[in-house]
Design a binder for this molecule. Structure first.
Ligand code: PMP
Length: 415
């Protein structure tokens, strides 16, 4: 297993890195696996798997209230993981880091506490964009149903970028919240979050950024960004499923009410009245995913050991190569703008995306087909789905070549 040191070092060659990901070393239908479904979930490096194993072999106990050795060890490891996440996000304090089950869990938590607090109510507006994943649509629709607030949608242009003029006009309404994805999981569009956050804050709105797709590709500095909440999932950052993070500013977390009630989130309980714990514990009722949080910290250390900038540069080269190569296939339509990051979506005229995906899987190439949990975006483009190739630090130029060759071959067979 590799131990990478300074973040400024050039990225180790990809074949060396691939040795950290044993799952990649397998054949599918007699071909070496080409895994290009990283936007759905990334594969896990040995460093993460061994951390989980070590946790259960040497550390496992329930956290926070135990006095015995293992309970203290588990608590220390869990809280150290919180510090690692806080440093990774450039958060002002680890108390701003709430461990969740994932992006969906984090967004739903925010939607509930905003409704409970009365900060969003009848006649208020919640702004989302056409590019959103269902996880950043449905919780807000549910909140609107409960409170009488209205959902407003920032439209997008043909190239999959958001209409900034329309956004500016929408901000003139009674907007209480902007909930926006940083990178589109369907098209790879990188939204200009810095300027959009600033504009929304200037208009007096709260801002939640869905960082599910940006977290493994772009450095995140929550203080520079200036949003109120950021949600992401560990499993898209080389960590296990079932763990994620909601970051929120401390004053806001202190002032908002808790959502789930139970152990850990309390200061004192009597049958008459309960007082609540401080953030982050106020939002972590019940036994959390202890091993997941510790493994997430290991994943962050792994990624930082290589350097997110280097990873991003590598992935951008691959995605440009893929876009260039695929462009020459007759009848192909690529979605999203040229600067797309992480994901590359396309369709071939006269070919169903599902058939194309199935055929290239038979050639060992794993991509995703369908609506990518973005049905409104698909409807905007008059399609039911796309084929999506999505990239990670371990993908190679050779794999891009295999993607292009397999799509070319499959398209010729299906047309
Ligand atoms: N938002 C975006 C942009 C995503 O890509 C995803 C996962 N595909 C989610 C939210 C939901 O993440 P999870 O299923 O891990 O909660």
């Amino acid at each position: 297993m590799l131990h990478h040191s300074a973040a400024s070092m050039p990225m180790p060659d990809t074949e060396t890195l691939r040795a950290d990901f044993p799952i990649l070393d397998q054949s599918v239908n007699g071909r070496r696996l080409v895994y290009l479904d990283n936007a759905a979930t990334t594969q896990k490096p040995l460093a993460v798997m061994l951390t989980s194993r070590h946790y259960y072999e040497a550390v496992n106990a329930n956290i926070h209230r135990g006095t015995h050795h293992l309970a203290r060890l588990a608590t220390d490891s869990f809280e150290k993981a919180r510090q690692t996440v806080a440093a990774f996000l450039h958060a002002a304090s680890p108390d701003e880091v709430i461990f969740t089950s994932g992006t969906t869990g984090g967004i739903n938590l925010v939607s509930h506490i905003l409704a409970l607090s009365g900060r969003i109510g009848q006649g208020d507006e919640i702004l989302i964009s056409t590019l959103e994943h269902h996880s950043n649509i449905v919780p807000w629709q549910m909140l609107c149903e409960r409170t009488g607030a209205k959902l407003r949608i920032i439209p997008c242009h043909e190239d999959g970028t958001l209409d900034q003029d329309a956004f500016g006009k929408l901000l003139e309404g009674p907007v209480k919240l902007l909930a926006l994805t940083w990178i589109s999981n369907a098209f790879g569009t990188v939204n200009p979050v810095e300027t959009m956050v600033r504009a929304a804050k200037d208009a007096g709105a709260l801002v939640l950024i869905d960082a599910a797709q940006s977290i493994a590709h772009l450095p995140t500095d929550v203080q520079a960004l200036g949003a109120d909440f950021i949600a992401f999932s560990g499993h898209k950052l080389y960590a296990p499923t079932g763990i994620g993070v909601l970051w929120g500013t401390l004053p806001l977390l202190e002032s908002l009410p808790p959502f789930l009630g139970g152990g850990e989130m309390i200061k004192e309980v009597t049958f008459e009245k309960t007082t609540y714990n401080e953030p982050p514990f106020k939002y972590e009722a019940g036994t959390p995913n202890i091993e997941g949080a510790i493994a997430l910290a290991a994943a962050i250390e792994y990624v930082e050991g290589i350097g997110l900038d280097a990873i991003h540069e590598h992935e951008m080269e691959l995605i440009r190569l893929a876009a260039d190569g695929l462009s020459s296939i007759p009848g192909i339509r690529l979605f999203g703008p040229a600067g797309r990051s992480g994901s590359l979506s396309f369709n071939i005229e006269g070919v169903h995306h599902y058939d194309l995906g199935t055929l290239i899987d038979q050639m060992g190439v794993a991509v995703r087909t369908g609506h990518h949990c973005c049905q409104p975006l698909m409807a905007r483009f008059g399609i039911t789905g796309t084929v999506r190739a999505s990239f990670a630090l371990y993908n190679t130029r050779q794999e891009v070549g295999e993607l292009i060759a397999s799509v070319d071959k499959a398209a010729a067979m299906l047309r």
